[in-house]
Design a protein around this ligand. Structure first.
Ligand code: C5P
Length: 398
């Protein structure tokens, strides 16, 4: 519930700043405490007096109050916040947040904040479409910030296009949903596999794949913020969960991953199989570095790896839920449904490598989710964190 929550509202210098008065009213009426931080330019569009009258708190804009020398701690503000909302977010502030240019109180607080950040961009259509703005928004998404997309409509310039700040009630509903969803996985134990497996050939070589683990870790973070007790059994990746409530067990090979999953799955309510598990492993491990021979080219014999998802599917008990992933290049729907059945899954998430922005290494993904009855839900291209929200919402809906 939004009641009693601490909201830091960052207002930047765009014409849509006038709409934040209504947004503050909605937050305050719902029982939230709002602290407004304004950039210097924002004060040209709406006065701090309006905002402090509506919030009941002095607006913070400078690093200190000039006549008293009172210091405003951006660190304290960042820690006080349960959520930070930047609305309207101008092209300039978006660029500063993306690149850490901490030259005003708002950006400094943003960089210090441990709270989730929601950003509602607003600007003229050409600024919005400029590659630099697009890139900066993508960078913010990759930090886990959530973008409340601007609408298409008439802009202050009287041009019509994408760039209108989302309406105050839409921003309010997004934040309200976030707080109402927070505890909907409380008490649930979740097992997630993520990242690649490495299958050793000799002490210096392995068979692996390009998986970075980003999707699985995003799901783990989303589930943990919604109250689940999450364990990731992870292949070798260079990322960490952002949430403190996620336990990570690192493994290398498919067999090691299977062994950990078999220990954990019987105690889990939900299993999400996100790992890119190698299908084959070398038949034998050579315990010295294989040398380059003059004539002979070595042959590496392979044997099938266990299918972790299928083995958990086979031991699934009533009340447990198992979700798998299918990364396909052709016959996508057919292959996904076939895997769902063969592995006894409840859901399968399909990514197609034919969709740009989907698959390994990207910060975005485009998915469809199939259930056991063959129902398919398609989602647009989103950040992996937003995709994680859709995946968890689908599980909750059951
Ligand atoms: O059969 P395929 O590898 O395409 O199936 C993908 C799904 O099965 C993913 O959820 C993946 O994590 C899981 N899987 C597994 N163990 C394997 C192969 C795939 O858990 N050996």
């Amino acid at each position: 519930m939004i009641k009693g929550k601490h909201i830091v509202l960052g207002i930047c210098g765009g014409i849509a700043a006038y709409k934040t008065a209504s947004l503050v009213r909605l937050f305050v009426k719902a029982g939230a405490e709002v602290q407004v931080i304004m950039t210097p330019a924002a004060k040209e569009f709406i006065t701090p007096v309006t905002m402090s009258a509506l919030t009941g708190k002095p607006v913070v804009s400078e690093f200190f109050t000039a006549n008293t020398g009172e210091w405003h701690s951006h660190v304290d503000l960042g820690l006080w916040a349960d959520v930070m909302v930047i609305a309207p977010a101008t092209a300039s502030s978006i660029a500063k947040m993306a690149n850490g240019v901490a030259d005003n109180m708002l950006i400094t607080s943003y960089l210090s904040s441990k709270a989730p950040v929601f950003i509602a961009p607003a600007m003229d259509l050409d600024m919005m479409a400029h590659p630099s703005t697009t890139r900066n928004i993508e960078m913010l998404r990759s930090y886990g910030n959530r973008i409340i997309d601007p609408a298409v409509g008439e802009l202050a310039s009287h041009l019509v296009g994408k760039g209108r700040m989302a309406e105050p009630d839409e921003i309010f509903n997004t934040i309200n949903d976030y707080f109402s969803r927070r505890e909907d996985l409380a008490g649930k134990k979740m097992l997630i596999t993520a990242g690649p497996t490495y299958e050793k050939i000799d002490p210096v070589r392995f068979i692996g794949n390009y998986s970075t683990g980003k999707m699985g870790y995003a799901i783990a973070d989303e589930a943990a913020t919604r109250g689940a007790d999450v364990t990731i059994v992870s292949g070798q990746v260079n990322i960490k969960p952002t949430s403190d409530n996620v336990k990570v067990i690192k493994v290398e090979s498919a067999r090691e991953m299977l062994a950990e999953c078999q220990k954990l799955f019987p105690k889990s309510d939900i299993g999400i199989m996100c790992a890119a598990v190698a299908d084959y492993t070398p038949t034998e491990y050579v315990n010295h570095k294989i040398k380059r021979e003059k004539e002979e080219i070595p042959v590496i014999k392979l044997t099938k790896n266990p299918d972790i998802a299928a083995s958990l599917g086979a031991q699934k008990k009533p009340g447990q839920l198992l979700m798998g992933f299918a990364l396909e290049t052709d016959n996508e729907d057919f292959n996904a449904i076939d895997k769902l059945k063969r592995k006894n899954l409840d859901y399968i998430v399909l990514n197609s490598l034919r969709d740009s922005g989907a698959g390994f290494g990207t910060d975005t993904n485009k998915i469809s989710i199939f259930d056991v009855n063959g129902n398919k839900r398609c989602f647009p291209l989103k950040s992996k964190r937003e995709v994680a929200t859709d995946i968890i919402d689908t599980i909750i809906s059951r």
